[in-house]
Design a protein around this ligand. Structure first.
Ligand SMILES: [Zn+2]
Length: 344
């Protein structure tokens, strides 16, 4: 079996995945028509360049602009349900069987929805998606770095009410430069006290200090963490505390967290014994799938099938969803995959 077929067939887990970065282009077009949202193009061919970041994208700040159109059409209950449901279908087609999907509710209140409405709508889409595909995992609520801290505090309060209904974590994302995580410490303390697990985007648009702060604020999952390598003490701190880095190679190249894909630190982190996993971050904006990311990690970064399998199981082990569900999946996957002749 060639690598493309092998990675496509592998049962996979993905932890670092943005709902608004993963909306089907055709769905953006249809929802915009239904909801009267103006678009810069009225056919798919011309719309795609507004939804998919190019490889010569200059920075995280530019990358984030590709989320604007999907967010503009995700302002109603049916739209939020639909995109969440469709993402479950797309994940399932990609061989992903465990996923944690994240998004920022404050970006979906422009047309009158409350934070509660937004979270309920995505949970309804998630439940329907799980039912249709057998997907496991949960939703992660994302706070935004450039929001006033009190707005993230109220978001944590609302998110905590859904801790028993499928919301498994609380995240911080957005433009990193000039917005250190520590500004939002109170929101994260509250989220933890309400039973949510903590994940923080750090070490992408800003350096190792941002990763240090994120770990100190209780993050078990650091999203990206590419620049943690700039300070060996921060890497050692991550190792000591068992912190995991959920990296997205194509995205990290597009945001220029790495200058060349082949320089991505993922293999080095892995060899140093750090916990690392592979994700897409945004399937539409980065025009990728998890199987494609695994293939790049094999072909461009030189990792073996066995190493990638270890990273895949790490995603399952390090996830926030119910431990019993993850343990059961792990047994199933190990039985399936390790019984099959895979080669290395
Ligand atoms: Zn991300």
């Amino acid at each position: 079996m060639d690598d493309a077929a092998y990675f496509a067939a592998l049962p996979k887990a993905e932890l670092h995945l943005h709902l608004d970065g993963s909306v089907r282009p055709g769905t953006v077009l249809e929802l915009a028509r239904q909801e009267g949202v103006p678009l810069p193009a009225d056919d798919l061919e011309h719309l795609r360049p507004h939804l998919e970041a190019p490889d010569d994208c200059a920075s995280l700040r530019e990358y984030i602009t590709f989320f604007e159109l999907p967010i503009a059409v995700m302002q109603s209950v049916p739209a939020l349900e639909r995109v969440t449901f469709e993402l479950c279908q797309d994940l399932s087609d990609d061989g992903v069987r465990y996923a944690e999907i994240r998004y920022a509710p404050w970006l979906h209140v422009d047309r009158g929805l409350s934070l509660t409405d937004v979270i309920r709508a995505t949970l309804a889409g998630w439940r329907a998606g799980k039912e249709a595909t057998g997907m496991a995992g949960g939703l992660i609520i994302t706070a935004l770095r450039d929001m006033p801290p009190e707005q993230n505090l109220s978001l944590a309060q609302v998110a905590g009410r859904f801790a028993a209904e499928g919301v498994v974590g609380f995240d911080l994302a957005g433009d990193e430069a000039g917005h250190p995580p520590i500004l939002h410490e109170d929101a994260f303390r509250l989220a933890r006290s309400l039973g949510l697990n903590i994940t923080i985007h750090a070490g992408e648009g800003a350096g190792a200090e941002s990763v240090r702060q994120a770990i100190a604020m209780g993050a078990r999952l650091i999203e990206h963490g590419v620049r943690a390598r700039e300070d060996p003490e921060v890497a050692a701190m991550a190792n000591d505390e068992g912190v995991q880095f959920d990296m997205a190679p194509t995205n990290n190249f597009q945001t220029k967290a790495v200058r060349r894909l082949q320089d991505h630190p993922l293999p080095r982190y892995f060899k140093q014994g750090l916990k690392v996993t592979i994700s897409t971050d945004s399937r539409t904006v980065s025009r990728t799938t998890l199987a494609d990311e695994y293939l790049k990690v094999a072909h461009v970064l030189g990792c073996t099938r066995q190493e990638i399998w270890v990273m895949n199981l790490q995603a399952l082990d390090g996830g926030f969803g119910e431990p019993a569900v993850r343990a059961k999946l792990r047994d199933q996957w190990v039985g399936e995959v390790e019984a099959a002749p895979a080669g290395s």
